[in-house]
Design a protein around this ligand. Structure first.
Ligand SMILES: [Cu+2]
Length: 88
C-alpha cells in the first residue's frame, strides 16, 4: 500500500478546534474532604465536579479551565460556605 501526503485542506471534523485549545493540558484540582457534613462542589465554564457529602478523603479532578467565573460551594451550607474565582 502506498501512503499519500496529507492534504493541506483541514478535515471537516477537526476544522473548528483551535490549535492552542487542542494542545492544552488539564489542570489538577486536589480536594481533601475532612467532614461527613460538607462537600466541595466546583462549577464554571466546562467544569462540573463535586464530592459526596457523606464521604471523606481525597479527590483529584483533571479539568481544563476556560475564561470565566467559577464557583465553589458546600451544597448543604451554600448560604455561608462558598466562594468564586475568575479565570482570565
Ligand atoms: Cu458545609
Amino acid at each position: 500500500m502506498r501512503a499519500s501526503a496529507p492534504s493541506t485542506r483541514p478535515c471537516a471534523g477537526f476544522a473548528s478546534i483551535p490549535q492552542e485549545e487542542a494542545a492544552r493540558d488539564p489542570d489538577r484540582v486536589e480536594v481533601d474532604d475532612q467532614a461527613k457534613i460538607h462537600n466541595f462542589h466546583l462549577t464554571g465554564p466546562g467544569v462540573e465536579e463535586t464530592t459526596d457529602v457523606a464521604r471523606t478523603g481525597p479527590a483529584t479532578w483533571e479539568v481544563i479551565f476556560e475564561a470565566g467565573e467559577y464557583t465553589f460551594v458546600c451544597d448543604p451550607h451554600a448560604g455561608s460556605m462558598r466562594g468564586t474565582f475568575t479565570v482570565a
